[in-house]
Design a protein around this ligand. Structure first.
Ligand code: APR
Ligand code: PHB
Length: 386
């Protein structure tokens, strides 16, 4: 098999890369080791930045998001027993599950004749230091080779692309947090139309929603927590205490429960020869800033433009600058995700001073116009510079 760009992974990064390349007239093949049903029902965070919403719409994969997604004009920060609204005014983001973006991209890729091979095994990447990279894999048990000009390493944090680069060529920047999140999906109406980020002496909680009847909720827990320790009744009790305050939160059937680890991680550079890392394979951050999918989309927008320039003019400058271009924005999103995380969580290394400092900062960002604007600018997404 031969294609121009071989892509490993059919998450938001791999699918959007393939879609954007197609629009530039560049062929690609996606190799995904999971089944289509699995990746279409995997529940992840679901907040789309404004520029990313526009990108999905302008490239023809945004119609269902525009119809079914929930607009957010701001967020609530809850602390000291009250809710404080931060208005994003003209800066608007959109709530739409990540798996929904994945479904829309898969539908569009297949409708455009795109090739996605699901349930491939034994994927390995070769010869990317030279000009003729190859991807080896098995499909339906048969050994195959995909020859290509470039490889898109879009296989997430646990993928094989990043570890295939010589370790001496990469620098890792890493931080683990002494807490995690219990995440649930519940058939219940949210108490407000906007997200609520809650600071509480029992720990952080987040109320977000996928539709007027489907809530996505998170509670700070221990990093190595066992979900068995979180029966439904305990979850509702904690949510009521941390977010509900004096109102009683509507309860509903819990459709899904899981634990999310909290980690900040960046690898530099995001490329080695003709292998380009994009999305979670190059960087992950705690979900407090809602940046995961947005960063993945920004990386592949930069990469697709660089590849288009290469095929159009033979010039490789944008490809050479890919990592540096992405990392400027990645680090700002890392900073923001870390900042939101340290602002809201109960940290075992903190003392009474730190808790007073957190409350003062929450008071500051919800009462100062300048601080609120800076928060809004980062939350709805910094511009993508190419
Ligand atoms: N071979 C083929 N496919 C693989 C391999 C492999 N060896 N390893 C992983 N994959 C696939 C995974 O099954 C997954 O579908 O790569 C895909 C990676 O997708 P994501 O993990 O969704 O990563 P990405 O596309 O970068 O999107 C980033 O995902 O983790 C969330 O919240 C995060 O929003 C962020 C988004
Ligand atoms: C979500 O909708 O799952 C979500 C929203 C905002 C976050 C994290 C997760 O900060």
């Amino acid at each position: 098999m031969r294609t121009q760009v071989g892509i490993v992974g059919a998450g938001p990064a791999g699918l959007m890369l393939s879609h954007l390349l197609h629009l530039e007239g560049i062929s690609s093949v996606i190799l995904e080791n999971r089944g289509r049903d699995y990746i279409e029902s995997r529940i992840r965070a679901g907040l789309i930045e404004q520029w990313a919403r526009d990108l999905l719409t302008e490239t023809g994969v945004g119609a269902r998001m525009q119809r079914e997604g929930m607009f957010h004009n701001g967020v609530y920060f809850g602390f000291g027993g009250a809710l404080h609204y931060i208005d994003f005014r003209a800066l608007v983001g959109k709530g739409y599950g990540q798996q929904e973006v994945v479904k829309d991209l898969i539908d569009r890729r297949l409708a455009d004749g795109g090739q996605i091979l699901f349930e491939v095994t034994d994927v390995s990447v070769h010869d990317f230091a030279g000009s003729a990279p190859k991807i080896h894999f098995r499909h339906d048990g048969e050994k195959q080779e995909l020859a290509c000009d470039f490889i898109g390493g879009c296989d997430g944090f646990h993928g094989i692309c990043r570890p295939s680069i010589p370790a001496t060529a990469l620098t890792v920047f890493d931080r683990e947090y002494p807490f995690g999140w219990v995440g649930i999906l519940s058939e219940s109406p949210p108490p407000e139309g906007e997200l609520i980020y809650a600071y509480h002496e029992r720990g952080f909680a987040l109320y977000t929603m996928r539709s007027p009847t489907l809530a996505r909720l998170y509670l700070q827990c221990a990093p190595d927590e066992d979900i068995e320790n979180w029966p439904d009744a305990r979850i509702w009790q904690e949510l009521q205490a941390r977010i509900g305050g004096t109102r009683s939160l509507a309860q509903g059937a819990m459709l899904q429960k899981g634990i999310t680890a909290m980690r900040s991680f960046v690898v530099e550079p995001m490329q080695h020869g003709r292998l380009f890392l994009a999305g979670d394979s190059a960087h992950i951050q705690p979900p407090t800033g809602a940046k995961g999918m947005n960063l993945a989309l920004a990386d592949v927008l930069v990469l697709s433009r660089a590849m288009a320039e290469f095929y159009r003019s033979g010039r490789g400058e944008l490809l050479e600058r890919y990592s540096a271009t992405c990392l400027r924005r990645v680090w700002k999103a890392q900073r923001f995700s870390w900042w939101m995380t340290q602002l809201f969580h109960l940290d075992p290394t903190h003392n009474a001073f730190d808790r007073k400092r957190q409350l003062a900062e929450l008071d500051y960002v919800t009462s100062s116009e300048a601080a609120g604007r800076s928060l809004a600018e980062n939350y709805v997404g910094l511009p993508v510079e190419i």
